[in-house]
Write a new protein. Structure first.
Length: 363
Protein backbone atom coordinates (compact mmCIF):
# COMPACT_ATOMS: atom_id res chain seq x y z
CA UNK A 1 0.00 0.00 0.00
CA UNK A 2 1.46 3.35 -1.04
CA UNK A 3 0.36 6.80 0.00
CA UNK A 4 1.86 9.80 -1.84
CA UNK A 5 1.85 13.12 -0.04
CA UNK A 6 2.34 16.30 -2.05
CA UNK A 7 3.39 19.30 0.00
CA UNK A 8 3.24 22.77 -1.56
CA UNK A 9 4.95 25.76 0.03
CA UNK A 10 5.38 28.90 -2.07
CA UNK A 11 6.50 27.58 -5.48
CA UNK A 12 8.11 24.43 -4.06
CA UNK A 13 6.55 21.00 -4.37
CA UNK A 14 7.89 18.02 -2.43
CA UNK A 15 6.65 14.46 -2.73
CA UNK A 16 7.06 11.90 0.03
CA UNK A 17 6.05 8.28 -0.35
CA UNK A 18 4.70 6.62 2.78
CA UNK A 19 4.93 2.92 2.06
CA UNK A 20 3.15 0.27 4.13
CA UNK A 21 5.55 -2.54 3.32
CA UNK A 22 4.08 -5.93 2.48
CA UNK A 23 7.54 -7.00 1.24
CA UNK A 24 10.28 -5.01 2.95
CA UNK A 25 13.12 -6.02 0.63
CA UNK A 26 11.22 -5.11 -2.52
CA UNK A 27 9.87 -1.86 -1.08
CA UNK A 28 13.32 -0.76 0.09
CA UNK A 29 14.89 -1.59 -3.27
CA UNK A 30 12.24 0.48 -5.04
CA UNK A 31 12.66 3.41 -2.65
CA UNK A 32 16.46 3.43 -3.02
CA UNK A 33 16.21 2.91 -6.78
CA UNK A 34 14.15 6.03 -7.36
CA UNK A 35 16.86 8.27 -5.83
CA UNK A 36 19.93 8.67 -8.02
CA UNK A 37 22.94 8.58 -5.68
CA UNK A 38 26.69 8.09 -5.63
CA UNK A 39 27.05 6.64 -2.10
CA UNK A 40 24.64 5.03 0.35
CA UNK A 41 24.90 5.62 4.10
CA UNK A 42 22.90 3.92 6.86
CA UNK A 43 22.39 5.56 10.25
CA UNK A 44 21.50 3.38 13.24
CA UNK A 45 21.87 3.59 16.98
CA UNK A 46 23.50 0.79 18.94
CA UNK A 47 20.14 -0.81 19.70
CA UNK A 48 18.79 -0.83 16.14
CA UNK A 49 22.18 -1.96 14.84
CA UNK A 50 21.78 -5.06 17.00
CA UNK A 51 18.04 -5.72 16.54
CA UNK A 52 17.04 -4.20 13.18
CA UNK A 53 20.12 -4.03 10.95
CA UNK A 54 20.27 -7.87 10.66
CA UNK A 55 16.83 -7.78 9.01
CA UNK A 56 18.08 -5.71 6.05
CA UNK A 57 21.87 -6.07 5.94
CA UNK A 58 21.87 -8.89 3.37
CA UNK A 59 19.48 -7.18 0.96
CA UNK A 60 21.19 -6.62 -2.40
CA UNK A 61 20.37 -2.93 -2.29
CA UNK A 62 22.39 -2.53 0.92
CA UNK A 63 25.61 -3.83 -0.64
CA UNK A 64 28.47 -1.33 -0.21
CA UNK A 65 26.44 0.84 2.19
CA UNK A 66 28.45 2.74 4.80
CA UNK A 67 27.29 2.33 8.40
CA UNK A 68 27.15 5.18 10.92
CA UNK A 69 26.16 4.26 14.49
CA UNK A 70 25.28 6.59 17.35
CA UNK A 71 24.20 6.09 20.95
CA UNK A 72 20.49 5.44 21.65
CA UNK A 73 17.82 7.37 23.62
CA UNK A 74 16.87 11.03 23.62
CA UNK A 75 19.90 11.96 25.73
CA UNK A 76 22.01 11.44 22.59
CA UNK A 77 19.88 13.78 20.46
CA UNK A 78 22.44 16.55 20.82
CA UNK A 79 24.62 18.86 18.78
CA UNK A 80 27.62 16.73 19.75
CA UNK A 81 26.02 13.60 18.30
CA UNK A 82 24.93 15.58 15.25
CA UNK A 83 28.54 16.65 14.70
CA UNK A 84 29.75 13.03 14.80
CA UNK A 85 27.27 12.15 12.03
CA UNK A 86 28.41 15.10 9.89
CA UNK A 87 32.02 14.05 10.49
CA UNK A 88 31.25 10.45 9.47
CA UNK A 89 29.56 11.65 6.30
CA UNK A 90 32.53 13.85 5.50
CA UNK A 91 35.07 11.07 6.12
CA UNK A 92 32.92 8.65 4.13
CA UNK A 93 33.06 10.89 1.08
CA UNK A 94 29.41 11.91 1.11
CA UNK A 95 28.32 14.49 -1.45
CA UNK A 96 25.13 16.38 -2.13
CA UNK A 97 24.25 13.45 -4.40
CA UNK A 98 24.56 10.78 -1.68
CA UNK A 99 21.64 9.04 0.04
CA UNK A 100 21.16 8.25 3.72
CA UNK A 101 18.83 5.64 5.22
CA UNK A 102 17.80 6.32 8.81
CA UNK A 103 17.05 2.96 10.42
CA UNK A 104 15.73 3.48 13.93
CA UNK A 105 13.29 5.21 16.21
CA UNK A 106 12.32 8.86 16.32
CA UNK A 107 15.67 10.02 17.67
CA UNK A 108 17.48 8.43 14.70
CA UNK A 109 15.00 9.70 12.09
CA UNK A 110 14.91 13.22 13.59
CA UNK A 111 18.68 13.55 13.94
CA UNK A 112 19.46 11.68 10.73
CA UNK A 113 16.97 13.74 8.77
CA UNK A 114 18.55 16.92 10.10
CA UNK A 115 22.05 15.66 9.27
CA UNK A 116 21.02 14.82 5.70
CA UNK A 117 19.10 18.09 5.28
CA UNK A 118 22.10 20.22 6.25
CA UNK A 119 25.17 18.32 5.05
CA UNK A 120 26.40 19.95 1.80
CA UNK A 121 23.18 22.01 2.08
CA UNK A 122 21.08 18.90 1.69
CA UNK A 123 21.21 15.29 0.53
CA UNK A 124 18.34 12.86 0.08
CA UNK A 125 17.27 10.50 2.83
CA UNK A 126 14.89 7.62 3.48
CA UNK A 127 13.34 6.85 6.85
CA UNK A 128 12.72 3.30 8.04
CA UNK A 129 11.14 3.91 11.46
CA UNK A 130 11.55 0.86 13.67
CA UNK A 131 9.42 1.83 16.68
CA UNK A 132 5.69 2.34 16.88
CA UNK A 133 6.29 5.93 17.98
CA UNK A 134 8.44 6.77 14.98
CA UNK A 135 6.08 5.01 12.55
CA UNK A 136 3.04 7.04 13.56
CA UNK A 137 4.83 10.28 14.47
CA UNK A 138 8.01 10.69 12.41
CA UNK A 139 6.59 8.98 9.30
CA UNK A 140 4.82 12.01 7.83
CA UNK A 141 5.62 15.67 7.83
CA UNK A 142 9.33 16.26 7.41
CA UNK A 143 10.15 17.59 10.87
CA UNK A 144 13.82 17.03 11.71
CA UNK A 145 16.00 18.29 14.53
CA UNK A 146 17.91 17.95 17.77
CA UNK A 147 17.55 19.03 21.38
CA UNK A 148 19.52 22.09 22.45
CA UNK A 149 19.94 24.11 25.63
CA UNK A 150 17.82 21.65 27.60
CA UNK A 151 14.84 22.09 25.25
CA UNK A 152 13.22 19.51 22.98
CA UNK A 153 13.73 19.80 19.22
CA UNK A 154 15.02 23.36 19.57
CA UNK A 155 17.04 23.28 16.33
CA UNK A 156 15.87 21.70 13.09
CA UNK A 157 14.28 22.12 9.68
CA UNK A 158 11.23 21.02 7.73
CA UNK A 159 12.46 18.65 5.01
CA UNK A 160 10.68 15.50 3.91
CA UNK A 161 12.30 12.13 3.40
CA UNK A 162 12.02 10.90 -0.18
CA UNK A 163 10.35 7.77 1.21
CA UNK A 164 9.18 6.44 4.56
CA UNK A 165 8.88 2.67 4.82
CA UNK A 166 6.63 1.23 7.54
CA UNK A 167 6.96 -2.46 8.39
CA UNK A 168 5.39 -4.35 11.29
CA UNK A 169 8.47 -6.65 11.18
CA UNK A 170 10.34 -4.22 13.41
CA UNK A 171 7.49 -3.79 15.90
CA UNK A 172 7.98 -7.37 17.07
CA UNK A 173 11.35 -6.33 18.53
CA UNK A 174 9.74 -3.79 20.90
CA UNK A 175 9.10 -4.17 24.59
CA UNK A 176 5.79 -3.13 26.13
CA UNK A 177 7.08 0.27 27.25
CA UNK A 178 8.11 1.24 23.71
CA UNK A 179 4.83 -0.03 22.30
CA UNK A 180 2.96 2.13 24.79
CA UNK A 181 5.17 5.09 23.92
CA UNK A 182 4.07 4.93 20.30
CA UNK A 183 0.48 4.25 21.21
CA UNK A 184 0.23 7.64 22.93
CA UNK A 185 0.62 9.36 19.56
CA UNK A 186 -2.07 7.09 18.13
CA UNK A 187 -4.36 8.09 20.99
CA UNK A 188 -3.71 11.71 20.05
CA UNK A 189 -4.65 11.04 16.44
CA UNK A 190 -7.80 9.28 17.62
CA UNK A 191 -8.80 12.32 19.69
CA UNK A 192 -8.23 14.58 16.69
CA UNK A 193 -10.26 12.45 14.28
CA UNK A 194 -13.52 10.82 15.40
CA UNK A 195 -15.29 9.08 18.26
CA UNK A 196 -15.19 5.84 16.25
CA UNK A 197 -11.39 5.91 15.97
CA UNK A 198 -11.10 6.95 19.61
CA UNK A 199 -13.28 4.03 20.79
CA UNK A 200 -11.33 1.55 18.64
CA UNK A 201 -8.04 2.62 20.21
CA UNK A 202 -9.39 2.42 23.76
CA UNK A 203 -10.50 -1.19 23.26
CA UNK A 204 -7.38 -2.49 21.43
CA UNK A 205 -5.03 -4.50 23.64
CA UNK A 206 -1.69 -2.80 22.97
CA UNK A 207 0.12 -4.81 25.66
CA UNK A 208 -0.43 -8.13 23.79
CA UNK A 209 -1.14 -6.87 20.28
CA UNK A 210 -2.42 -8.66 17.23
CA UNK A 211 0.13 -7.36 14.72
CA UNK A 212 -2.14 -7.53 11.68
CA UNK A 213 -4.73 -5.40 13.46
CA UNK A 214 -2.01 -3.09 14.73
CA UNK A 215 -0.71 -2.58 11.18
CA UNK A 216 -4.20 -1.46 10.14
CA UNK A 217 -4.40 0.91 13.11
CA UNK A 218 -1.00 2.34 12.21
CA UNK A 219 -2.17 2.93 8.63
CA UNK A 220 -5.24 4.78 9.94
CA UNK A 221 -3.12 6.84 12.32
CA UNK A 222 -0.67 7.79 9.57
CA UNK A 223 -3.57 8.74 7.27
CA UNK A 224 -4.95 11.11 9.93
CA UNK A 225 -1.62 12.87 10.27
CA UNK A 226 -1.11 12.80 6.49
CA UNK A 227 -4.37 14.65 5.88
CA UNK A 228 -3.44 17.40 8.34
CA UNK A 229 0.15 17.80 7.11
CA UNK A 230 -0.95 17.81 3.48
CA UNK A 231 -3.13 20.83 4.23
CA UNK A 232 -0.49 22.70 6.26
CA UNK A 233 3.10 21.45 5.71
CA UNK A 234 4.92 24.14 7.71
CA UNK A 235 2.58 24.49 10.69
CA UNK A 236 0.95 27.85 9.99
CA UNK A 237 -2.56 26.62 10.78
CA UNK A 238 -4.29 23.25 11.23
CA UNK A 239 -1.00 21.35 11.63
CA UNK A 240 -0.81 22.91 15.09
CA UNK A 241 -3.51 20.37 16.00
CA UNK A 242 -0.80 17.70 16.01
CA UNK A 243 0.72 19.44 19.03
CA UNK A 244 -2.16 18.28 21.22
CA UNK A 245 -0.58 16.99 24.43
CA UNK A 246 2.87 18.25 23.43
CA UNK A 247 3.01 21.68 25.05
CA UNK A 248 2.65 20.06 28.47
CA UNK A 249 4.40 16.87 27.37
CA UNK A 250 7.56 18.63 26.21
CA UNK A 251 7.72 20.52 29.51
CA UNK A 252 7.63 17.17 31.33
CA UNK A 253 10.40 15.84 29.10
CA UNK A 254 12.53 18.92 29.69
CA UNK A 255 12.11 18.60 33.46
CA UNK A 256 13.01 14.91 33.30
CA UNK A 257 16.11 15.69 31.20
CA UNK A 258 17.19 18.38 33.68
CA UNK A 259 16.90 15.93 36.58
CA UNK A 260 18.55 13.03 34.75
CA UNK A 261 15.35 10.98 34.67
CA UNK A 262 14.91 8.91 31.53
CA UNK A 263 11.34 8.85 30.23
CA UNK A 264 10.07 7.80 26.83
CA UNK A 265 8.58 10.54 24.66
CA UNK A 266 5.22 8.80 24.36
CA UNK A 267 4.84 8.62 28.12
CA UNK A 268 5.33 12.38 28.32
CA UNK A 269 2.75 12.80 25.54
CA UNK A 270 0.27 10.59 27.42
CA UNK A 271 0.67 12.69 30.56
CA UNK A 272 0.52 15.82 28.40
CA UNK A 273 -2.75 14.65 26.83
CA UNK A 274 -4.18 14.07 30.28
CA UNK A 275 -3.30 17.62 31.33
CA UNK A 276 -4.46 19.26 28.12
CA UNK A 277 -7.81 17.45 28.09
CA UNK A 278 -8.29 18.74 31.62
CA UNK A 279 -7.57 22.23 30.29
CA UNK A 280 -9.93 21.54 27.36
CA UNK A 281 -12.70 20.63 29.80
CA UNK A 282 -12.13 23.84 31.76
CA UNK A 283 -11.84 26.21 28.79
CA UNK A 284 -13.61 24.53 25.85
CA UNK A 285 -16.30 22.37 27.54
CA UNK A 286 -14.65 19.11 26.48
CA UNK A 287 -16.89 16.28 27.79
CA UNK A 288 -15.96 14.92 31.21
CA UNK A 289 -16.72 11.35 30.05
CA UNK A 290 -14.00 11.33 27.39
CA UNK A 291 -11.59 13.19 29.67
CA UNK A 292 -11.94 10.48 32.31
CA UNK A 293 -11.66 7.74 29.67
CA UNK A 294 -8.22 9.05 28.81
CA UNK A 295 -7.32 9.63 32.46
CA UNK A 296 -8.16 6.02 33.36
CA UNK A 297 -6.31 4.64 30.32
CA UNK A 298 -3.19 6.68 31.11
CA UNK A 299 -3.18 5.77 34.79
CA UNK A 300 -3.59 2.06 33.97
CA UNK A 301 -0.95 1.86 31.25
CA UNK A 302 1.51 4.72 31.85
CA UNK A 303 1.43 5.18 35.60
CA UNK A 304 2.24 8.56 37.14
CA UNK A 305 4.91 11.14 36.50
CA UNK A 306 6.25 11.99 39.93
CA UNK A 307 6.81 15.66 40.66
CA UNK A 308 6.04 18.19 43.38
CA UNK A 309 4.62 21.69 43.71
CA UNK A 310 8.16 23.06 43.76
CA UNK A 311 8.49 21.97 40.11
CA UNK A 312 5.53 24.04 38.88
CA UNK A 313 7.52 27.18 38.12
CA UNK A 314 10.07 25.13 36.19
CA UNK A 315 7.36 23.42 34.12
CA UNK A 316 5.79 26.81 33.43
CA UNK A 317 9.16 28.22 32.36
CA UNK A 318 9.67 25.36 29.91
CA UNK A 319 6.24 26.02 28.41
CA UNK A 320 7.18 29.65 27.77
CA UNK A 321 9.94 28.37 25.44
CA UNK A 322 7.55 26.27 23.33
CA UNK A 323 8.02 26.80 19.57
CA UNK A 324 4.28 27.40 19.02
CA UNK A 325 4.23 30.48 21.24
CA UNK A 326 3.70 33.92 19.75
CA UNK A 327 4.76 37.09 21.55
CA UNK A 328 5.69 35.17 24.69
CA UNK A 329 2.14 33.80 25.13
CA UNK A 330 1.89 30.02 25.66
CA UNK A 331 -0.10 28.50 22.81
CA UNK A 332 -2.17 25.32 23.20
CA UNK A 333 -4.15 23.07 20.91
CA UNK A 334 -7.29 22.06 22.82
CA UNK A 335 -10.51 20.23 21.98
CA UNK A 336 -14.19 21.14 22.18
CA UNK A 337 -14.95 17.43 21.67
CA UNK A 338 -13.35 14.39 20.07
CA UNK A 339 -12.61 15.49 16.50
CA UNK A 340 -13.53 19.13 17.21
CA UNK A 341 -10.22 21.03 17.35
CA UNK A 342 -9.67 24.38 19.02
CA UNK A 343 -6.40 26.04 17.93
CA UNK A 344 -4.41 28.93 19.44
CA UNK A 345 -5.77 28.67 22.97
CA UNK A 346 -4.17 30.38 25.95
CA UNK A 347 -4.26 29.89 29.71
CA UNK A 348 -3.29 31.90 32.75
CA UNK A 349 -0.48 30.83 35.04
CA UNK A 350 -3.08 29.98 37.68
CA UNK A 351 -4.97 27.74 35.21
CA UNK A 352 -1.75 25.97 34.30
CA UNK A 353 -0.90 25.36 37.93
CA UNK A 354 -4.38 23.82 38.35
CA UNK A 355 -3.54 21.60 35.37
CA UNK A 356 -0.30 20.54 37.07
CA UNK A 357 -2.34 19.71 40.18
CA UNK A 358 -4.65 17.52 38.12
CA UNK A 359 -1.83 15.37 36.77
CA UNK A 360 -0.06 15.16 40.13
CA UNK A 361 -3.13 14.41 42.24
CA UNK A 362 -5.80 13.20 39.79
CA UNK A 363 -9.39 14.43 39.56
Amino acid sequence: MRQTNTFKEAQTEVKQDVIIADNLERCLAEAVGKVEHDRLFVLTDTTTKQLCWPVVQNYAVMKDSIMITIQPTDEAKTLETQATVWTSLQKGGATRHSLMINLGGGMVTDLGGFAASTFKRGMAYINIPTTLLSQVDASVGGKTGINFGGLKNEIGVFNCASSVILSSTFLRTLDTENMLSGYAEMLKHGLLSSKENWAELLTFDITTPDYATLQNLVAKSVAIKEEIVNEDPTEKGIRKALNLGHTAGHAIESLALKEGRTILHGYAVAWGLMMELYLSAKKCSFPAKEMHQLENFVKEHYGKFLYECKHYDTLYKYMTHDKKNVGGVINFTLLNNVGDICLNQHATKEELFDMFDFLREGA
